[in-house]
Design a protein around this ligand. Structure first.
Ligand code: ADP
Ligand code: TYD
Length: 210
């Protein structure tokens, strides 16, 4: 089960809440967040590039997308193992993040070239496990930006990065996410209203009933 959405949408908060709600129903839950900072060299390079390290690396849409994909590729076996050991595996961001952000950066839509490239690279070539479903935590870009900014003020080590401070990118990314959800890209999508709030108990029941 993959949670997707803009920076600051509340994905980590949802993952924590859902883990508790699923656990209360007796389900065993494992979770993993991408990029795997501190666990994969590719993820650490991403973070450094987003904070202006490594020269002009962050300017390359395909270069950055390749690093995110390599991080996931290194986790493929772990995901498979978690899947066989747990009822639910919750992933905070996955392949669709690459599709949404790369398309938004290149001003393409969900039918564009880079979204196809992401699929060919990560699904066809790297053989990453396909999710059963996506949860799109949908909030207006302005709300996500405000939450990310507040988090940056209160949590150390969470300074907003090059993508998070780019309002235009976040707006275009929201539009691509909506298109990916509407087309059922890679797996079915459930759209959640991240402003009204999510009924965790009802969501846990729905997910376990699938
Ligand atoms: N439903 C919500 N209402 C208000 N604030 C929220 C909500 N969900 C998360 N937040 C806050 O917004 C910030 C970003 O949430 P987080 O879960 O870290 O987002 P993400 O993982 O999508 O970047 C955090 O400070 C969090 O406490
Ligand atoms: C996982 C992933 C993230 N991203 C982007 C989304 C975010 O703007 C950025 C960092 O990921 P994020 O999960 O938001 O990390 P942080 O803990 O720093 O908030 O990387 C991609 O472009 N492709 C991907 O595959």
């Amino acid at each position: 089960m993959v949670i997707e959405g803009l920076d600051g949408a509340g994905k980590r908060t949802l993952a924590d809440g859902l883990t508790t709600a699923l656990g209360a129903k007796g389900a065993s839950v494992a979770s993993l967040a991408f990029p795997r900072y501190g666990k994969s060299v590719h993820a650490d390079l991403v973070r450094e590039a987003l904070h202006r390290g490594h020269g002009d690396l962050a300017d390359s849409v395909y270069g950055m997308a390749m690093l995110y994909a390599l991080d996931r590729s290194g986790a493929a076996d772990e995901i498979r193992a978690l899947r066989s050991a747990h009822d639910v595996v919750l992933l905070d961001r996955y392949v669709a993040s690459n599709a949404a952000y790369a398309a938004a950066r290149l001003r393409q839509d969900a039918a564009g070239e880079v979204v196809k490239w992401v699929w060919e690279l990560e699904v066809d070539r790297f053989g990453l496990p396909r999710p059963d479903a996506h949860l799109l935590l949908r909030v207006a870009p302005a709300v996500a930006a405000e939450r990310a900014e507040r988090r940056a003020e209160t949590e150390t080590g969470r300074e907003r990065d090059a993508f998070e401070t780019d309002d235009g990118l976040q707006r275009r990314c929201a539009a691509v996410y909506d298109e990916l959800a509407a087309s059922g890209w890679l797996a079915p999508w459930h759209v959640l209203d991240g402003v009204a709030g999510v009924d965790l108990e009802a969501l846990a029941t729905t997910l376990l009933g699938q």
